[in-house]
Ligand binder design. Structure first.
Ligand code: GLY
Length: 394
């Protein structure tokens, strides 16, 4: 696409070139070539200054994003020229790292199994056609189905949760569902496509319908956490676990919502999910200032950014445009990417591509982590680059 046409759609060549810079890829590969400090651990977030990763075990919800970043690089190479890279080495590194999370396919203790499995195994399947990925995806989907409750109409996100303010730890009385759960549904749709068995997809669609009913406020902003009464199947309370306060909108939650809904539309083709995704995206953008995404839209300013929310939202909005065949969200995506490139790229010694993400800044959280490099901010940044290429915008 020539520069004038790109500009007329709200794009910006200079910004998109920066997103696709090879230094981002080099940073990921540098980390991938090193062994983790303890076997079976995965890059999660950084210390302040973003020069060293803190690693977490494979059962931690973010374990899939680093292998997923490597597979996102493989995906880029499979569709677009990536001169100067040894692609055999990149695929080998991706397989090595994703092999280390494979056992999580049997993990029934978390709804995050989609985050763990899909960034690698779905991409490996799509990029290389590796049939062995299919059984991993189907086993993981079976694991996720163990958390489904027909009466509530939802998948249980967490078994328990606690801040210094509240504690919910009784499975018989507290059925905990977080908006993030929307992002684990693609695992179920994919399992239905692989097996031809609609039971996985039916659960994903039911979960979405229940979530639309109870997680969304009238203005299309979202609660982070809904605690259901599993006996009556009604919501007891809407809370936040990582955001500013219960009635505020945690920006990453809103990003998970819009992206998750767009994904459900991708698989179901049901217009009501596209409309809901667009309403969630419109709300998100109505709260963004000059491309900057703060960690909670209602937190008093000045406050920390959450670049991970920014990247998730950009990828989700581009997905909406891809599915819709339009450039509706491109000006917004461009504004966010511009602010991110100008304000959150790490220096040469950074182990992450991006800085300035916020894991959890809730006043009463058991642990607050702010202003950090974060593996999933980088993962979605790479995904955004791939989408821009796929859309012919870069
Ligand atoms: N899914 C947890 C988070 O977004 O922090």
């Amino acid at each position: 696409m020539d520069d004038a046409t790109l500009k007329s759609y709200g794009g910006d060549r200079e910004v998109f070139n920066a997103v696709l810079s090879t230094s981002a890829i080099d940073k990921v590969l540098r980390v991938a070539r090193r062994e983790p400090p303890a076997p079976g651990t995965f890059p999660h977030c950084t210390n302040q200054g973003a020069s060293e990763y803190i690693y977490e075990p494979s059962k931690w919800w973010t374990s899939g994003f680093f292998p997923g970043s490597l597979w996102a690089i493989c995906e880029r190479a499979s569709k677009h020229p990536m001169d100067g890279y040894n692609l055999d080495e990149v695929v080998k590194l991706a397989r090595k790292w994703s092999g280390r999370i494979e056992q999580e396919q049997y993990n029934t203790e978390t709804h995050d199994i989609g985050f763990m499995i899909m960034p690698s195994f779905q991409r490996d399947l799509e990029v290389t056609g590796a049939k062995s990925c299919e059984s991993v995806i189907v086993n993981a989907a079976e694991s996720l189905l163990t958390r489904w409750n027909e009466h509530v109409g939802c998948i249980r996100s967490w078994n328990r949760t606690q801040t210094h303010l509240y504690c919910f730890d009784c499975k018989d009385t507290d059925f905990l569902v977080i908006i993030d759960n929307m992002m684990n549904l693609d695992l179920l749709y994919s399992a239905s496509l692989i097996t031809g068995d609609s039971k996985f997809a039916n659960v994903a669609t039911r979960h979405t319908e229940t979530t639309l009913k109870h997680h969304f406020r009238k203005d299309s902003s979202t609660y982070h956490l809904i605690v259901y009464n599993p006996v009556t199947a009604t919501p007891k309370i809407g809370l936040t676990h990582q955001g500013y306060e219960n009635k505020s909108t945690w920006s990453r939650g809103q990003a998970w919502a819009l992206y998750g809904l767009a994904t459900v539309y991708k698989y179901t083709n049901d217009q009501k999910f596209l409309e809901a995704a667009m309403r969630a995206a419109d709300y998100f953008m109505s709260r963004v200032d000059d491309g900057v995404v703060y960690w909670d839209f209602d937190a008093p300013r000045p406050c920390f950014w959450d670049v991970s929310a920014a990247m998730i939202a950009c990828s989700g909005m581009l997905l909406i445009d891809q599915l819709h065949g339009s450039y509706t969200y491109l000006p917004h995506v461009t504004a966010i990417l511009r602010a991110t490139i100008n304000g959150a790229l790490t220096g040469n010694d950074g182990c992450t591509i991006l800085d300035n993400s916020t894991v959890n800044n809730h006043e009463h959280a058991m642990k607050r982590i702010t202003n950090t490099g974060l593996v999933y901010a980088d993962y979605y940044f790479l995904e955004v680059g791939n989408r821009l290429l796929d859309m012919g915008l870069a």
